[in-house]
Design a protein around this ligand. Structure first.
Ligand code: BGP
Length: 479
């Protein structure tokens, strides 16, 4: 038994994103989106981030695992029943924008798309599971990418606003918790996923990414405004990919460098969302990097007037930074390569495992912002083996989750206000960065493989039973 005091009503659950689970990519009027043209395999991010990528499907060269994914579109009732068996209080999911507005710029939404999410929410509510809904999770309608240039284009703000308003009106009696843009601060590193474009050259990457981000900030504020007006008592948060940045050593130059990375990567987005303004340090950073954000009159007031209610975050790893890196030092396998941290082990995909970093990150965020925090993604992507007797003994995943839940328990003890925890990929799904099925996060195994084969049968892993007990004891029993 632990002594952790997870608050009463703590939102334990799991998380997925539409494009990684639903499949049915052309069904019921859905339009094409970014995820539909992302090839499977480790080449994925390179292919789609190349300037000049044509956003076309090439089945001769690639596979497209998101097209069918794990067929949640048809199996949602079975899957939500399993979530209920786990005791989930909440299920974080996303809506595919292109199911609601197939091209993105229509005036009227697609009724069949709206009806699908009605069915999903009804199923959740039937089981007493509170949906937490991400409005945009890496799946911009393709038409907005190819015809408008993604979030580069200011016009996209009004398309997003219309989409968000449709959702709030339609689901106002079903959904109380909303998130705007998934991992919004990842935009500068992976603009294609977040912003729907790739800058033509490295020189303009920051300029274009921050311009796109500014459009998203305004769109987020307008969504906050609409959400509060349409759904009384609702709560809407931003979503950050949170990686605390460590200095490699106590050399002040390295500490300063790490501090700057932290400011730019984590706090510009946090400050605009929560404090409603660009931070003081951003002026110098923008100036020194030739970033000149075009704003319209009223933008800064809008940001100030409609800050988010809470911060949600994904947490997978910390980052370690050093000012001058030798070639050999460059290779951490993390999403954002810094220097390898000699104190940490890494997952099979090279992501450094650092539960203490979660405690550090939660403290940092809470100290700075004083708004409730919600960990909406965390988990271990790993190879699983199905034993002859059908069991899947994923002790490595249990260990990972246990240590991160302990870190949250400690953070709560430190004074952090934490709303909930949704384990990422609670059911196996298509990996975002590599399009693989073999990078599994689930508590529930799905019989589906990288080559597209598999029966789609669902099986409970050992971690399923373990997590069920964690929820049942509100984090008191973690062994
Ligand atoms: C986050 C994304 C998710 C997701 C997760 C794990 O960045 O919000 O969509 O998939 O990371 O990443 P991956 O699937 O690449 O292992």
């Amino acid at each position: 038994m632990t002594n952790y005091q997870f608050p009463e009503g703590f939102l334990w659950g799991g998380a997925t994103a539409a494009n990684q689970v639903e499949g049915a990519y052309l069904e019921d009027g859905k339009g094409m989106n970014l995820a539909d043209v992302m090839p499977g395999g480790k080449v994925r991010l390179n292919v789609i981030s190349k300037p000049g990528f044509d956003f076309k499907i090439d089945t001769e060269k690639y596979t497209y695992p998101n097209h069918d994914a794990i067929d949640f579109y048809h199996r949602y009732a079975e899957d939500i029943a399993l979530f209920a068996e786990l005791g989930f209080k909440t299920y974080r999911m996303s809506i595919a924008w292109s199911r609601i507005f197939p091209k993105g710029n229509e005036l009227e939404p697609n009724e069949e798309g709206l009806a699908f999410y009605d069915r999903v929410f009804d199923e959740c509510l039937k089981h007493g599971i509170e949906p937490v809904v991400t409005i945009s999770h890496y799946e911009m309608p393709l038409y907005l990418i190819t015809e408008y240039g993604g979030w580069r284009n200011r016009e996209v703000i009004s398309f997003f606003e219309r989409y968000a308003i449709i959702l709030f009106n339609r689901y106002k009696n079903k959904v109380k918790y909303w998130l705007t843009f998934n991992e919004i601060n990842g935009a500068t590193h992976l603009p294609i996923m977040s912003l729907g474009f790739s800058p033509a050259t490295e020189d303009v990457r920051l300029q274009e990414s921050f311009q796109g981000l500014h459009h998203q900030f305004v769109a987020s504020s307008l969504a906050v405004k609409a959400c509060h007006e349409i759904i009384p008592g609702s709560q809407i948060g931003c979503m950050l990919i949170y990686m605390p940045v460590y200095a490699y050593d106590c050399n002040p130059q390295n500490v300063l460098h790490a501090m700057k990375e932290e400011q730019v990567f984590n706090y510009i987005c946090g400050d605009v969302h929560v404090r409603g303004e660009y931070p003081a340090f951003s002026k110098r950073f923008f100036r020194e990097n030739g970033i000149n954000i075009k704003m319209e009159e009223g933008d800064l007031e809008t940001l100030k007037q409609y800050p988010v209610d809470f911060i949600s975050l994904s947490y997978y790893m910390s980052r370690t930074e050093k000012k001058e890196l030798t070639e050999a030092e460059k290779a951490s396998g993390n999403l954002i390569a810094g220097v390898k941290n000699p104190h940490l082990q890494a997952s099979d995909w090279g992501w450094e495992i650092d539960p203490t970093g979660l405690r550090i990150g939660l403290n940092q965020l809470y100290d700075r912002y004083r708004v409730p925090l919600f960990v909406v993604e965390n988990g271990l992507g790993a190879y699983d083996t199905v034993e002859e007797d059908g069991s899947i003994n994923d002790d490595y995943r249990i260990n990972y989750l246990r240590e991160h839940i302990k870190a949250m328990g400690e953070a709560i003890e430190d004074g952090v206000e934490l709303m909930g925890y949704t384990a990422w990929g609670c059911i196996d799904l298509v990996s975002m960065s590599t399009g693989e099925m073999s990078k599994r996060y689930g508590l529930i195994y799905v019989d589906k493989y990288d080559d597209g084969s598999g029966t789609l049968e669902r099986k409970k892993k050992k971690s399923f039973y373990w997590y069920k007990n964690v929820i049942a004891t509100n984090g008191k029993e973690l062994e």
